[in-house]
Design a protein around this ligand. Sequence first.
Ligand code: ATP
Length: 432
Amino acid sequence: MVTMDEIVSLCKRRGFIFQSSEIYGGLNSCWDYGPLGVEMKNNIKRLWWKANVQLRDDVVGLDSSILMNPKVWEASGHLQNFADPMADCKVCKKRWRTDQLSENKCPECGGELTEPRMFNLMFKTFMGPVEDESAVVYLRPETAQGIFVNFLNVQQTMRKKLPFGIAQIGKSFRNEVTPGNFIFRTREFEQMEIEYFVKPGTDEYWHKHWIEQRINWYYKLGIRKENIRIREHGKDELAHYAKACVDIEYLFPMGWSELEGIANRTDFDLSRHQEYSGQNLTYFDDETKQRYIPYVIEPSAGVDRSFLAFLVDAYENQKLDKNDSRIVLHLHPAIAPVKAGIFPLLKKEKLVKKAKEIYNTLKYKWIVQYDESGSIGRRYRRQDEIGTPFGITVDYQTLEDNTVTIRDRDTMEQIRVHIEEIIPYLEEKIEV
Ligand code: ATP
């Protein structure tokens, strides 16, 4: 299996992910997505949006602000409960989350730990010029609360009936005690969340529905089944708001870890916001003529963790024959940052002109790259390493009959197609 070091190295070498503020020595656990990283990340977000908003009649989107009225966090329980137990090693001074340790001593040097104390994970800052208690605001630790406080706005303006969902993608911030494992656990990250509102009593049915939907999304985008599993939370590890929670776990290089959580949040959030805001957040059920607070099922995925899982799953250091090997990313074409490389076989004027024509047509549809430097074999390998699914080559036959070769990244086999057929051919493989 690929190591995290190999992934980090590929990401840096090929422009997927750089350390944040690298020229100043970086900033712990902060990362920047480079030119290929941002394309791949956008693809993941778009594919999630397409599956969960565009193709569903019962889910609509939202983009709420990161800063919110601090009362939101009182009501949600985050001010009181969103904390991890933390302790310091008396010998090496390293800091640890004690709920993640199997023994009560320092995993690094075996030293004795201080008494654990609770540490709130929310980032605090001040709104406006005066830095006093009344100006304190928080960076949201989840996108979910922006959805809950807009429940009525969305339900009424969109005239939605239960069951329906609100989806949102955006940044969240947690002052994690022990960030690490590259982009797996960072203090600034992106989430893709749905709050799906249902009639109480139907919540268990919808919980199952969403677990299935979400696993199938990963499968459809090529994640290998043996690398995904489901883990149900024990009663003792459930978050303060949840009746049940299931994690989708992925076999990352450091072991099985959470990729996405799917929780049954009951009516906890809306009830608390009703209580703290004094607003009536009940829903009027036309069929039963009753008013009630809906239950909520929440599939909550990390963009960065999905990104890492797709990369790890796709990575292969492939032996081709005795003296030859290649690094190849078997990314699903929909996720691959670059969809096709376009190459003139040789740097000859007529071939270059034709290849550029093709490039200039394809770029209206997808991110594609034109490359004329080095041997054709080298150019193919460069694209293999960034997961480009198709290599389109213009050769002398192209000038005679308007056909090109299309090379498949995974099989390395080539077929000849007419220039007019390139777009439908690619479309069929890329679109999901
Ligand atoms: P963990 O137990 O790993 O800290 P969590 O259970 O606290 O995660 P949730 O609150 O369920 O996480 O958040 C939903 C999703 O958001 C997670 O499944 C994960 O994909 C993502 N996520 C949460 N915290 C982080 C983080 N610090 N860095 C990157 N992604 C995160």
